[in-house]
Design a protein around this ligand. Structure first.
Ligand SMILES: Nc1nc2c(ncn2[C@@H]2O[C@H](COP(=O)(O)OP(=O)(O)OP(=O)(O)O)[C@@H](O)[C@H]2O)c(=O)[nH]1
Length: 382
């Protein structure tokens, strides 16, 4: 059975992600292929389309900010952390519906860094990408990217997201009703055209690209050449609907790429993580066994600690270190160790999820933000 592709829409604040999602949704409804929509932006006020799963139904952004004394970005990240603890349920729901939904659209927070650079953003992306062919749509505000420096900054940002997520990416030049994206496409395919634009800006003598900046951008444009080769580029207008068919063609081609190039890599990485985990477990067991042998040889034979289970049939070890950091302190939400431990975003490392839940329950805080089954938050009849 073929899995529905996941289209994750990312982009800078104001680039038109929500309008783009709205356009995709309308287009697919018109074609009688309604998508399944997931909203991951906890701070968005009005979403102009129906969502099937909405992070705002399970966590209250304002309440989280107030309860944990956080600013706007901290609030978004904490909401995402809490949501990440339920991601297996979300994947379960999506998998159950996979045979009846042609596509899954995912809207992400406007504060792109909160999603792309957070541990929970990586967990959510990783979980989706491990279960479904996942494609990133990086939305760019074309009228705001006509200068070489903004263009370059945007491309570097896109490159860093590709590097971080390791997923196929489509660059979506949006708002082409206001500004044609031909100039950007030319800069991406013709190095000399970009150089000429750089020179032209230098000649304006406004100082932006002079000296060091000019030569830095020159070298970066050479480096980005390789990055451009891996991208599909489309121009769209979310306002008028122009270019949306091209976007879906690009999605199809990226889904093939995902199956050919990305899936084997993902599976290899998952296997390596599992092997490493098993190695660590057996090392721990060996250490424990030798420890017990030593203790056994002394006159006072120590019994294993109560929370350490050892049995021949079940070589599972629960150690205190699962719940306690190296200083012996219990990890609480907001503790940098929670983030640090999972910064690589591996799904195999479940410490964020476990620790977050443990920390919340341990504190005895009212955790109405992270309770109960996810099913009740579904906006569709079951
Ligand atoms: N002319 C034009 N304007 C657009 C287009 N797409 C979006 N806009 C406008 O751009 C502004 C931002 O659009 P949003 O869809 O809210 O952007 P966003 O990326 O979701 O914004 P955040 O949620 O803050 O990150 C709005 O005023 C839209 O009307 C387009 O294709 N053409």
């Amino acid at each position: 059975m073929s899995q529905p592709p996941v289209i994750m829409v990312v982009g800078m604040a104001g680039s038109g992600k929500t309008t783009f999602m709205q356009r995709l949704n309308a287009h697919l409804h018109e074609k009688k292929e309604p998508p399944y929509i997931v909203n991951l932006d906890p701070a968005v006020k009005n979403v102009p389309f129906d969502r099937h799963i909405d992070i705002r139904d399970s966590v209250n952004y304002k309440q989280v900010m107030k309860q944990y004394n956080l600013g706007p970005n901290g609030g978004i990240m904490t909401c995402l952390n809490l949501f990440a603890t339920k991601i297996d349920q979300v994947i379960g729901i999506l998998e159950k519906r996979a045979s009846t939904i042609p596509r899954i659209l995912v809207d992400t927070p406007g504060q792109i860094e909160c999603f792309v650079w957070s541990a929970s953003g990586a967990i959510v992306t990783d979980a989706l990408a491990s279960s479904f062919p996942t494609v990133l749509a990086y939305v760019i505000d074309t009228p705001r990217t006509t200068s070489t420096s903004t263009f370059m900054s945007n491309m570097l940002y896109a490159c860093s997201i590709l590097y971080k997520t390791k997923l196929p990416m489509i660059i979506v030049f949006n708002k082409t009703d206001a500004q044609d994206a031909a100039f950007a496409k030319e800069w991406m395919t013709d190095f000399e055209a970009f150089q000429a634009a750089l020179r032209q800006e230098e000649e304006k003598e406004d100082g932006t690209n002079s000296g060091y900046m000019g030569s830095l951008m020159n070298s970066m444009s050479l480096m980005l050449d390789e990055f451009y080769n891996h991208l599909d580029v489309v121009s769209v207008s979310s306002m008028t609907g122009a270019g949306i068919d091209d976007f879906f063609k690009a999605v199809d081609s990226k889904v093939e790429e995902y199956k050919k190039d990305y899936l084997p890599e993902l599976e290899k990485a998952r296997k390596e993580r599992e092997e490493k985990k098993n190695e660590e477990k057996s090392e721990q067991l060996d250490r424990l066994m030798s420890d017990m042998k030593m203790s056994g040889s002394s006159s006072s034979v120590r019994k294993p600690k109560k929370n350490i289970k050892v049995s021949a049939s079940e070589p599972e070890i629960d150690t205190l270190s699962d719940a306690v950091d190296s200083d012996g302190d219990e990890l609480m939400e907001g503790d940098p160790d929670i983030e640090d431990n999972t910064l690589d975003g591996r799904m195999g490392d479940d410490s964020l999820v476990d620790r977050y839940e443990r920390a919340l329950h341990k504190e005895g805080k009212p955790d109405d933000v992270a309770d109960e089954s996810f099913m009740r938050y579904l906006n569709v009849p079951r």
